[in-house]
Write a protein of this length. Sequence first.
Length: 307
Amino acid sequence: MDPIGSINPKKDSTLAMMLEAQRRGWELQYMELADLHLRDGRVHAHMQALTVYDDEAHWFDRGARTERPLGDLDVILMRKDPPIDMEYMYASHLLEIAEREGVRVVNRPRSLRDVNEKLYTAWFPQCTPPTLVTRSGQQIRAFLDEHDDIIVKPLYAMGGESVFRVNHHNPNVNVIIEIMTARGQRFAMAQRYIPEILNGDKRILMIGGEPVPYALARIPAPGETRANLATGGTGEGVALSERDRWICGQVGPMLREKGLLFVGLDVIGDYLTEINVTSPTCIRELDRLYGLNISALLMDRIEKELA
């Protein structure tokens, strides 16, 4: 994971998972990417025994630093946040090597490489708004002419980073397109703007390909297009609609096939916009709103897989 000292314990889904694992008597070992290393075909890590607390002032204690092969563990939760850069890719290869020794990695490393969180929605065109992925500024301008109001975003970021709403009233259209495509050297995604974003960007959590029955609708702040909580959005709980469940039914079999046990779908209005596989959040918010224990559902599924 990312450094545990820098998380927001009130909202952090990884902490929620660790609290539940600890309640079950599981031993917790803490690692960051820099702790991984490969020697003669075996992957090792420096790790620290971890004790966690549901306390916003003091949420963890770490033990002595030790070195062990990853194959000695039963389960590894890969919860490193994007960006999905080459260092993330190298780490996924190391975790895949460790899988050969029998450790279960959640989510499966190869699938973390395969499933780009924005681009993989293209496998489900029946669920998505009109979408373009290109390096061509000319194609993005033609897409804007066709739809009048669009969203342009990078394929590698998270938390609403570098997401632009573009229409013909914006005098910076050309600059935005040049930056997003690096003047034709980088792929970017354009999607038709979905006005229902004002009612929230729903985060639907999927465990073993099945949805939690409630979603967190992230409502944009006044004057803001992006609904991400990291950009000032507020969360409201909603029950899944019939359309939401249909989208989950379309995506769920792929998640099971690829070993993606914990995934967050983003749905705006009637449309799937992202498939979040790296470090989906919103566990703690939904748990508080509905009296759930989503981490327990995940740990139940992990126990089933191990069995």
